[in-house]
Design a protein around this ligand. Sequence first.
Ligand code: FRU
Length: 470
Amino acid sequence: MNVMREVLALQAALTERREKDMEKSREDGWRTRFHVMPPVGWLNDPNGLCQFQEKYYFFFQYSPFSAEGGLKFWGLYTSSNLTNWSYEGIVLYPDSPWDCHGVYSGSAFTEDGELELFYTGNVKLEGDYDHINRGREAYVLFTKSQDGKKFVPKERLLGMEDYPKEYTCHIRDPKVWKEGDRYHMVLGGRKKNDQGAVLLYSSGDKKKWEYVGEITTSDIFGYMWECPDLFRLQTQQVLSVCPQGVPRQDSCFQNLYASGYFFIEPEKELGPDDFREWDMGFDFYAPQTFLDDKGRRILVAWASVPDTEKEYVNPTVERGWQHVLTTPRELRLEQGKVYQYPVSEIDRLRTKEIPIWSREDIRLEKPCFDLEIKEIEDGGWEILIEEECRFSYKDKKAILEFTGSLGAGRKRRKAWIEEIKTLRILADTSLIEIYVNDGEYVFTSRFYPKNRGRQISLKNLKGALRVYQL
Ligand code: FRU
């Protein structure tokens, strides 16, 4: 009863806070127009991505009280077209003994007219613990709904006693799917020897789960793997994970924590060299995929990386909010790689095509744009946006670079790319996504322009160009 009262008080406080912040937000030119962002406060991982009763459901890790994070809830946005989103409020509260220190990440599964959620309940014990080997509990919790609004009381499916003893207390982020008549679940974990790995469980009824085994690399590749996702893309099994603790290098693993995938082949051991990064920009982590009713495998990620505050920041914190999700990207298997491309719904956001008089000086009245270049000719070139964001290509080296305050501390990211034939730059008010070769490589980054319009300059870049305002 007390918990109910607290929850109601919390809801009232949030509504009031939200209304106040909405007033302020009207002048905030960095609030994204077509990317999911928190109404106020902090957002991180996309959770429970699915399609249910003809709507897309994007739950997300949400700390509504502070733009700098805190206790985690699940917030929810829904959409019928992946471009216009309605905020539906907070769906999961940290209100049980199994998730009182955070409703952590998890996934959705829809079957028999029900929306089911599997997620991690985080419990952090008080006391003199390292919170790695002792002092932390991670539960797999379950709830479901028939209308996407009212959820039944939470149920505990797995607890610490159900995990293999070689693991530390860091086990989380269940992703559930069905194959044949069995259900499967992957969880990300940190082993006691500081090796990141994925735990595999299987079930006949989604309630009783048996441990089947683990997936990891022959040589240690990071101490912890977060947010696993195992799915089939055409004929290929793909395992997506976010390894923490992989040493940073000049042109790969440039971010503090990595995010990428392995192809899983029967009987074949995985090695660190089999890992391919999802994104080459500054802001990409914790992706999750889902299959929609058009048969598309769609990926959405958090456009940020945890614990990077010392390297670069997001000045939206002063405006009461922080972080956004990436554009939903359709995945395709091509030439032995996974390509990511904005879902075609994004094309419908194009409001007008901008006539180009000079490629060196393209002026847009509004901040959101979609720039496409096809049949790019060989040779070095560069693109300058608002004078301080440069994307250049020369001698097979692609560089995304910020100078001045535009990147808020972001400096340089690099990738070796054999050749660049096409480019698409999708820009929201404070997020830029650069798709190279129809999604063979993507660079995702936050940026913070001061002007309302945008100025773009293409230097030496020859190819069929079209620019649209979004
Ligand atoms: C990834 C992550 C998950 C965890 C969640 C908590 O960003 O650390 O592993 O469930 O965020 O918000």
